[in-house]
Ligand binder design. Structure first.
Ligand SMILES: Nc1nc2c(ncn2[C@@H]2O[C@H](COP(=O)(O)OP(=O)(O)OP(=O)(O)O)[C@@H](O)[C@H]2O)c(=O)[nH]1
Ligand SMILES: [Mg+2]
Length: 277
């Protein structure tokens, strides 16, 4: 039986084994140590079951100036209505409703622009399917001191991928990262990950309007642009979980886009280098 909005709203955050979703009592309040507005951008497409869990976990974090922005693409499963109900319940929650499935990349671009226009000091991007642990945002905010961008990384020491992730997805992810990293000569080990934290000053330097990638390609393009701009990008180890139910939007066309877009980015870099000489 499908859950109604009220049922979903009453659910508490996930209690999956090994998934710490509640902010533990903190020794010295991190908020005191790090003032600033944090805007978390959550793109959603058919995440009706997951969105309330993610939002509950986010609003419980020790972040006094937090804004959570849901960018929903008119999800057929009613995620947009659930986002509205969450907005009414939590003052931190804001929602952008788009007219149809316009893609992950454009959802992030719109979300980032909104965050910059609403006074964000730090902007976090994460999936809304519980693959990324909300509490890790606190570590990323600590790690951003002295850096411009923190990439939540599965592929550095201490990083992990959920063993429940299918073999084929594990292989594809590892291959895609090696492929993008090699062709773009990047120092970033997790080029396709969607859990990142930016300082405002870093995001302001990226020409968001010129980003054309969607899907995984968007993650690769952002990581590549940060590096090209000479931003200080550091990787922070995370555990990546298999999505909490629902349906993956990963498809052959998303992979194909990422594969050719990497070469396009490489060629553009060559052209830029040649025309600068
Ligand atoms: N607004 C919007 N959100 C999207 C779109 N496609 C995916 N998303 C969201 O982007 C996040 C990542 O998408 P996923 O389907 O989880 O893709 P993935 O993490 O690469 O694949 P899985 O490992 O299968 O979960 C999720 O929160 C999705 O709901 C889209 O076209 N528009
Ligand atoms: Mg996912």
């Amino acid at each position: 039986m499908a859950l109604g909005i009220e049922d979903v709203m009453l659910q508490e955050p996930s209690t999956r084994e090994g998934a710490p979703t509640k902010a533990e009592p903190l020794k010295a309040s991190r908020a005191e140590r790090r003032p600033g507005r944090v805007v978390v951008v959550l793109p959603t497409y058919n995440e009706a079951k997951n969105l309330p869990l993610v939002v509950h976990a986010l609003v419980k974090l020790d972040l006094p100036d937090l804004m959570v922005l849901v960018v929903d693409d008119d999800s057929p499963d009613g995620t947009g209505q659930i986002a509205e109900a969450l907005r009414k319940r939590y003052p931190q929650v804001h929602v952008i409703h788009r007219t149809g499935k316009l893609g992950l990349g454009t959802a992030y671009v719109e979300g980032f622009q909104w965050a910059l226009n609403h006074g964000a000091d730090f902007i976090v991007q994460m999936d809304a399917d519980l693959s990324h642990e909300p509490i890790r945002i606190l570590d990323m905010l600590d790690a951003i001191d002295g850096n411009d961008v923190i990439v939540g990384s599965r592929y550095v020491t201490g990083g992990e991928v959920d063993p429940r992730w299918s073999r084929s997805r594990q292989w594809l992810s590892a291959f895609a990262n090696r492929y993008a990293r090699t062709i773009l000569r990047s120092n970033v080990h997790d080029m396709t990950g969607g859990f990142k934290c930016f300082k405002r000053s870093a995001l302001e330097r990226i020409d968001l309007d010129s980003i054309r990638s969607n899907g995984y390609a968007f993650q690769v393009e952002i990581a590549h642009r940060c590096q090209r701009l000479g931003l200080k990008v550091a990787e922070h180890p995370i555990r990546f979980y298999e999505r909490n139910g629902g349906v993956s939007k990963m498809s052959l066309s998303v992979s194909a886009e990422a594969a050719w877009r990497v070469w396009q980015l490489r060629v553009l870099t060559w052209i830029r280098r040649i025309t600068r000489v």
